[in-house]
Ligand binder design. Structure first.
Ligand code: HEC
Ligand code: HEC
Length: 232
């Protein structure tokens, strides 16, 4: 009896240690995040709606996803010289606070190119079976809201130029790490043509919901943090 409970305790301690090593996200404070976000606003907009389409909008993005990306930039797993410099001085708590702040802002959607909507929507909703490409909405949701628990990012309303650049980089062999989670998008993007990337990027920019959908509350997928993890 006592042996069994000792074992159970040891197993629990191991699980906690592992969750920590994998970079479990601390609870974020949006008010604290707002104060820390001034430096980010120059590129991403104070409310997370960047004016320049080369900088991704952060407004309405999943906190879990923002946090994951900041860890990836800081550890050099997602390579970008600007964001490496921005993430370097941030502690895990800073990242969680910034993630909380930006996730609570409202994203202002863009407008899709009417000539690209049909092809973009077909790919987004149905994938491309011949090329082995799954429907984007299977993970990112029919409305592009993503899934915070699984750490699938919110896409709806993102700048087409940024989406296009990210998909093209994945197509050309970039990856944000070697975990199963990180390899999902490079694998998918490899099979997309430049025309498909342009169409789906434009579609995503114009995607938005009329009414705010209920947030999906759930635990965060630990494998999304498996590599790079927290700065240890
Ligand atoms: C000088 C401009 C600049 C500043 C300031 C800046 N960023 Fe960025 N940020 C970028 C660029 C450029 C990218 C896109 C990087 C890429 O293409 O991989 C980016 C990407 C990101 C992403 C990934 C978004 C996504 O959709 O994948 C996050 C999260 C982020 N920045 C957070 C921040 C935070 C938090 C701050 C403030 C501490 C900040 N940034 C300050 C330029 C900037
Ligand atoms: C099996 C699940 C899955 C499917 C299907 C999927 N995605 Fe993703 N997507 C992800 C994950 C996971 C990430 C985050 C990757 C990371 O953090 O390393 C992501 C990230 C993205 C991003 C980056 C967002 C940002 O802010 O930087 C874009 C753009 C994207 N996906 C577009 C698409 C498109 C277009 C399709 C359909 C052709 C698609 N995805 C299909 C799981 C999926």
């Amino acid at each position: 009896m006592r042996f069994a409970s000792t074992l159970a305790l040891a197993a629990l301690a191991l699980m906690v240690a592992r969750a920590h090593a994998e970079g479990a996200m601390p609870a974020g404070n949006a008010a604290a995040g707002k104060a820390k976000a001034a430096v980010c606003g120059a590129c991403h907009g104070m409310d997370g709606n960047s004016a320049d389409p080369q900088y991704p909008k952060l407004a309405g993005q999943q906190a879990s996803y923002i946090y994951r990306q900041l860890v990836l930039f800081k550890t050099g797993v997602r390579q970008n010289p600007i964001m490496l410099g921005m993430a370097m001085p941030l502690s895990a708590q800073d990242m969680a606070d910034l993630a909380a702040y930006f996730s609570q802002q409202k994203i202002r959607p863009g407008v899709a190119d009417p000539r690209l909507v049909k092809a973009g929507q077909a790919l987004y909703r149905g994938g491309d079976r011949a090329a082995g490409v799954p429907a984007c909405m299977a993970c990112h949701g029919p409305d592009g809201l993503g899934n915070p628990g699984a750490v699938y990012p919110h896409l709806a309303g993102q700048h087409a130029q940024y989406v296009n650049a990210v998909l093209t980089a994945w197509h050309d062999g970039t990856a944000w790490g070697k975990t199963q989670h990180a390899l999902i998008m490079p694998t998918i993007a490899k099979s997309l043509t430049p025309q498909q990337i342009a169409a789906v990027s434009s579609y995503i920019a114009g995607l938005h919901t009329a009414a705010p959908a209920a947030t999906v509350a759930s635990g965060v997928n630990p494998s999304a943090f498996a590599q790079g993890g927290l700065p240890r």
